[in-house]
Design a binder for this molecule. Structure first.
Ligand code: ADP
Ligand code: MG
Length: 242
């Protein structure tokens, strides 16, 4: 098993406030890890550090072979390897679905238009939106737009996908269609870390569950910890989420 993600005693502060207080965990190739925990526990910050959208003040972090604490880190190479999807999908409104998806392969990888279109067709089909290729974002539902945002990441052929509460802004019905896409990705062997409030989904797809509390990993294990938590804090969190 080769670790794709290795965090060791990671510390992150904003000003005087320490937000990540020594976070340690690893994720192997092909694994799905779900990060859960109360609002404000540092889940998004941890995820943003993994794509070096935030710098860390202590510890070490190796993501797809990139050592994030190194000052000479190749950020372009890191971001080719890591796809990140947020709650807000931020598609370009003046570009079609296909054009949104083709943008990064063309601009970042320098891929020619025709080849980028072929890549876009494949990943858009993968998220079940083949018939929406030439639609504009405003013509799509929120769930469909989020699936386009996932396709846009997949077009870069990432080695690791990070998802930060990607269904939190969606109705239950639209949430289901996005979760199904993520479940399919997991079945295809994509290494994924997802911050989620969807306990049922975490139970179903996660190989590893990481419960964060106050900037630390409070409990971690297989998805069994959602059925039989060891700490009273995780037990409380699960019963509140149910
Ligand atoms: P979660 O995703 O678990 O809800 P976050 O990682 O978003 O938690 O936030 C953890 C804490 O860090 C919160 O108290 C939040 O206010 C603080 N925080 C997050 N981003 C910043 C920032 N850019 N500047 C200052 N404080 C921040
Ligand atoms: Mg968050």
């Amino acid at each position: 098993m080769s670790p794709i993600v290795e965090l060791k005693d990671v510390r992150k502060s904003f000003g005087a406030l320490e937000i990540l207080k020594g976070v340690t965990f690893g994720v192997n190739k092909g694994e799905v890890a779900a990060i859960i925990g109360q609002s404000g526990s540092g889940k998004s910050t941890a995820l943003r550090c993994m794509d070096r959208l935030e710098t860390i003040q202590g510890g070490s972090m190796v993501i797809c072979g990139h050592r994030l604490q190194d000052s000479n880190i190749d950020l372009k190479a890191l971001r080719r390897d890591v796809g990140i999807v947020f709650q807000s999908y931020n598609l370009f409104p003046h570009l079609t679905v296909a054009e949104n998806v083709m943008l990064a392969p063309r601009l970042v990888k320098g891929i020619a238009r025709a080849e980028a279109r072929t890549i876009a067709e494949a990943v858009i089909a993968k998220v079940g939106l083949r018939e929406k290729m030439d639609f504009y974002p405003e013509q799509l539902s929120g769930g469909q737009q989020q699936r386009v945002a996932i396709a846009r990441s997949l077009a870069m052929e990432p080695k690791l996908m990070l998802f930060d509460e990607v269904t939190s802004a969606l109705d239950p019905q639209l949430t289901g269609e996005v979760l199904r896409v993520m479940e399919q990705l997991a079945a295809d062997g994509m290494t994924m870390i997802l911050v989620t409030h969807e306990m049922g989904f975490a139970r179903k797809v996660a190989d590893k569950v990481i419960y964060m509390k106050d900037g630390k990993v409070h409990e971690m294990g297989s998805s069994d910890i959602l059925r039989s938590p060891s700490t009273p804090e995780l037990a409380d969190f699960i019963s509140e989420a149910a």
